[in-house]
Design a protein. Structure first.
Lengths: 245, 293
């Protein structure tokens, strides 16, 4: 099966600092690739490169076999086919929850306002947030805000969803409600790349786990292989430290 | 805190302990002492200021030429008619300034290649009009543009004065808008762009609404300054409050009309500055609460 996302030998550096060195990933349809690794290992940068928020130095990124890193590609059109959720939610504070969700469907995808609101309400209901539709984001808990951000990113029916450490800014008690939402999306067949520090969560959703170390993939394989039976000494060391924490 | 204490009092579930009662007694004594000190010091400082002015050698003459109440009431309708000109000018100018300043700020913050000439022009414009005194701009426009001989613009000093004020103030206000735009965190733009919004859409729906809300207090501040500065167009011969007072004064060599004009300006500007303070406090409170979530 042809991959939805194909990252081919991508390089990215900020000045002298090489953040990604020849990273390659293939994400088939309906599957989830989980990126693990210490802070600064390049997970977030990789996701930002895929979403074209950063310009890569070399290599290529393909979305449904189209090279989206080509300068000839309309960046806005390419981004319309992907969703990204950030660590810091980044909801629009001046808009109600429902308007946060319907902004892109109405303005970018030219869906009628009534229809966009109906669809948003169905999603809010599914994630247990229908009663928050008319609230402003600062009235919501962190977990609720992050779930709204997830709904916002899937309201445009993206081909792939990128999740950038979406639970790192949350209270431990709020982490679960967000992770449950992602498990639900995985069940429905959403194609995803997930950067996370939650190992038990990674085990549950990952079709492939990639361990990033200093901008390259040190070890990759199924969750069982990488997390239960790591071969690379750096992976072993990383997992030992994470579990000790 | 205090309310919940009161509720507890009335519900009867809790009575303050001896220790707390003793503390409350001391606090109320301290409060009384503070009121006494504040009153005494105010009376002393303000009183000695009044005595100093009244006992000055020229006080009687000053009272005659500046504080002639009968004459003040006599010229009040004339000066009041003049200040309606200032108000009209302020309303029209503030609308034009807002539009022009917003366009300048957008031109200066845009990154589109096609807008490069506008970006350069806007930068030069802001530099020039922020750097020249308003009075000079009024004189240059007021006496320079009529020389061009354009129909309809030659004689009307009020329109020329308005143009001058708009030119200078839109440069200031543009910088206020621009600082508001730049103060919105880049993650907001990233979030908007990641949803597929174009640069222009991200600006229109996400960044600008937040930026404008944030700069309302400094804009109100500029509005107060604008109301006062409309008095400067009197130099072109516009009969505003300043000019009306000047005409009355030159008839009698009594300066009370100036004081009347000043009081009329204050009647507009003081409520507005109070309102600005309130808006600023509200805005700070909102930004603080956003920081905590």
């Amino acid at each position: 099966m042809k991959p939805v996302l194909f990252v081919q030998k991508v390089r990215k550096s900020f000045g002298e600092n090489v953040v990604l060195g020849e990273v390659s990933i293939e994400v088939p349809e309906h599957s989830a690739t989980v990126l693990i690794g210490a802070s600064g290992s390049g997970k977030s940068t990789l996701l930002r490169c895929i979403n074209l928020l950063e310009q890569i130095d070399d290599g290529a990124i393909y979305l449904d076999q189209e090279e989206i890193t080509s300068p000839l590609v309309d960046v806005d059109k390419a981004r319309m086919r992907m969703g990204i959720v950030f660590q810091s939610f980044n909801l629009f504070p001046h808009m109600r929850v429902i308007d946060n969700i319907t902004l892109a469907p109405i303005k970018v995808h030219k869906i009628k306002k009534e229809q966009a609101r109906e669809e948003a309400k169905i999603l809010l209901d599914k994630f247990g947030l229908l009663d928050k539709a008319e609230e402003f984001p600062d009235r919501l808990s962190g977990g609720q805000q992050q779930r709204v951000a997830i709904i916002r990113s899937i309201a445009t029916h993206p081909r792939a969803l990128l999740l950038d450490e979406i639970t790192s800014a949350l209270d431990p008690v709020l982490v679960n409600e967000v992770l449950e939402s992602i498990k639900e999306l995985k069940k429905e067949g959403m194609t995803m790349i997930i950067a996370t520090h939650e190992m038990s969560f990674a085990r549950l959703v990952a079709d492939e786990v990639c361990f990033l170390e200093k901008g390259s993939i040190a070890e990759r394989g199924s969750a069982a292989q990488v997390l239960e039976n790591p071969q690379d000494s750096r992976t072993k060391e990383f997992l030992r430290r994470v579990i000790a924490k | 805190m205090t309310r919940s204490n009161k509720e507890n009092y009335s519900s009867g579930s809790w009575y303050p302990s001896e220790l707390e009662l003793a503390r409350q007694k001391i606090r109320s004594q301290q409060a009384k002492k503070r009121i006494v000190i504040a009153t005494l010091s105010s009376v002393f400082v303000l009183g000695s200021l009044v005595i100093f002015v009244i006992s000055s050698p020229g006080w009687e003459l000053f009272k005659q030429t500046y504080l002639d109440i009968d004459y003040g009431l006599e010229v009040l309708p004339i000066v009041a008619r003049g200040i309606t000109t200032n108000i009209r000018l302020t309303i029209i100018a503030s609308i034009l300034i807002t539009i022009l300043a917003l366009l300048l700020a957008l031109a200066r913050t845009s990154k589109a290649a096609a807008l490069t000439p506008f970006r350069i022009l806007a930068t030069v414009y802001v530099d020039v009009f922020r750097g020249v005194p308003l009075l000079l701009v009024i004189l240059l426009v007021g006496f320079g543009i009529p020389a061009l001989g354009i129909k309809g613009l030659t004689g009307n000093v009020l329109i020329l004065g308005t143009i001058a004020v708009v030119l200078t103030y839109s440069a200031y206000v543009a910088e206020v808008f621009r600082s508001g735009i730049l103060s919105i965190h880049p993650s907001q733009r990233a979030a908007a762009r990641s949803l597929g919004l174009t640069q222009a859409q991200a600006m229109r729906y996400v960044i600008l609404p937040q930026a404008v809300k944030r700069v309302i207090p400094p804009l109100l501040n500029d509005l107060v300054a604008l109301i006062k500065d409309t008095g400067l167009v009197s130099i072109l011969g516009v009969i505003d409050a300043v000019r009306a007072a000047q005409i009355q004064t030159s008839k009698t060599f009594n300066y009370t009309p100036y004081l009347v004009a000043a009081i009329l300006f204050l009647m507009i500007t003081i409520p507005l500055t109070r309102f600005t303070d309130r808006a600023l406090q509200k805005s700070i409170a909102e930004q603080n609460s956003q920081g905590t979530t």
